[in-house]
Design a protein around this ligand. Structure first.
Ligand SMILES: Cc1cc2nc3c(=O)[nH]c(=O)nc-3n(C[C@H](O)[C@H](O)[C@H](O)COP(=O)(O)OP(=O)(O)OC[C@H]3O[C@@H](n4cnc5c(N)ncnc54)[C@H](O)[C@@H]3O)c2cc1C
Length: 259
C-alpha cells in the first residue's frame, strides 16, 4: 500500500447560515471554535468538506490508514473539495458555495442544508498566485469555478483587462459576479445533449489572447484536458503562464484534482 502524508486535520463545524446565491448555487456558512486561526491567503484555494453519509446521519470521523481516509466499517467517507469563498477567523466562519447539479452527496446536502447540520473541513490547499505585472488575464470555468473566479475578480489589479468565460449547464446557473473595472464576462450556455465543457472549450478557443496573458481555467476534467492541449499545443502558451485545473469528473463521484 502506498503511504502518503496525512492531510491537514479535520475541523468540526456546524452550518450557521444557508443562502441561495442563484437557483443552482447555495452558499453555506460553516462555523465553530475549530475554525480559530483558519485563514486563507490566496484566491482559488481549496478545502475538503467531510459530510455525514448517508446524508442526515450524524457525522462520524474517518481514520487515516496511511493512504486514504476510511470509516470504521471500511467504507469511503463522503469528502468533496470546495473553494473557501470567505474565511473569517475572527467570526469563526467559512463560506463555501456549492453547485446543486442534481446528483451527488454534496449537491444533495446543500439542497437540504439547515442551520445546525454538522460537517468538518480540512485545509486550505494551495490557491493561485497573482502576477501583478501581467498585462491581461483570461479566467474560464464552469459553474463549479464561479466561487474561485469571483475571488480572482476581487483580487486582480483593477486596471488590468480580464476576459471571463463561464459555462452554465442551465441558463439559471448565471449569478451576479463581483465588479471589476477591466473585466468582460461572457456566459456560455451548454446546449442540450452536449458534453460538459463543450461550450467552454469553444469559448476559450475563440478568445484572442494578447501576448503575456495569464490564463486560469477550471472545470470538468476531460474538458479542461482539451483546453490544456489547445493552450499548450495549438497556441504554444508558456506553461508557467497558465493554470488549468480539473474540478470534477463526468460520471464519477468525488472531485478530480488533476492539476
Ligand atoms: C480545487 C477545487 C475547488 C472546487 N470548488 C468548488 C466550488 O467552490 N463549488 C462547487 O460546487 N464545486 C467545486 N468543486 C467541484 C466539486 O468538488 C465537485 O463537483 C464534486 O464532485 C461535487 O460533489 P457531489 O457530491 O455533489 O457529486 P459527486 O458525488 O462527486 O458526483 C455525482 C455525479 O455528479 C457528477 N457531477 C459532479 N459535479 C458536477 C457538476 N458540477 N455538474 C454536473 N455534474 C456533476 C459526477 O460526474 C457524478 O456523475 C471544486 C473542486 C476542486 C478540485
Amino acid at each position: 500500500m502506498r503511504v502518503r502524508r496525512e492531510p491537514p486535520r479535520f475541523r468540526h463545524v456546524k452550518l450557521r447560515r444557508v443562502q441561495r446565491v442563484g437557483p443552482r448555487l447555495v452558499r453555506v456558512t460553516l462555523s465553530g471554535p475549530d475554525l480559530e486561526s483558519f485563514t486563507v491567503d490566496q484566491p482559488a484555494a481549496s478545502v475538503r468538506l467531510l459530510l455525514p453519509s448517508p446524508p442526515g446521519r450524524e457525522l462520524v470521523m474517518p481514520t487515516w490508514n496511511g493512504n486514504e481516509f476510511l470509516m470504521a466499517d471500511g467504507r469511503r467517507p463522503t469528502i468533496r473539495t470546495f473553494t473557501p469563498r470567505r474565511a473569517d477567523a475572527e467570526a469563526l466562519e467559512l463560506d463555501v458555495e456549492i453547485v446543486t447539479h442534481g446528483e451527488g452527496s454534496a449537491s444533495a446536502w446543500a439542497e437540504a442544508a439547515e442551520p445546525g447540520h454538522p460537517a468538518a473541513i480540512s485545509g486550505p490547499g494551495r490557491g493561485y498566485t497573482i502576477d501583478p505585472e501581467a498585462p491581461a488575464f483570461l479566467l474560464a470555468g464552469d459553474e463549479t469555478a464561479i466561487p474561485a473566479i469571483s475571488q480572482l475578480l476581487e483580487a486582480l489589479p483593477t486596471d488590468t483587462p480580464v476576459q471571463v468565460r463561464i459555462e452554465v449547464a442551465h441558463p439559471e446557473g448565471r449569478v451576479p459576479m463581483p465588479d471589476h473595472r477591466g473585466a468582460t464576462v461572457e456566459w456560455c450556455d451548454l446546449r442540450p445533449g452536449a458534453s460538459p465543457g463543450d461550450a467552454l472549450v469553444a469559448a476559450v478557443g475563440a478568445t484572442d489572447l494578447a501576448p503575456g496573458t495569464r490564463v486560469w481555467v477550471a472545470g470538468e476534467a476531460a474538458a479542461v484536458q482539451r483546453i490544456r492541449r489547445h493552450l499548450f499545443g495549438d497556441r504554444r502558451l508558456v506553461r508557467s503562464q497558465a493554470t488549468v485545473r480539473g474540478y470534477w469528473k463526468h460520471g464519477r463521484s468525488g472531485d478530480s484534482e488533476d492539476a
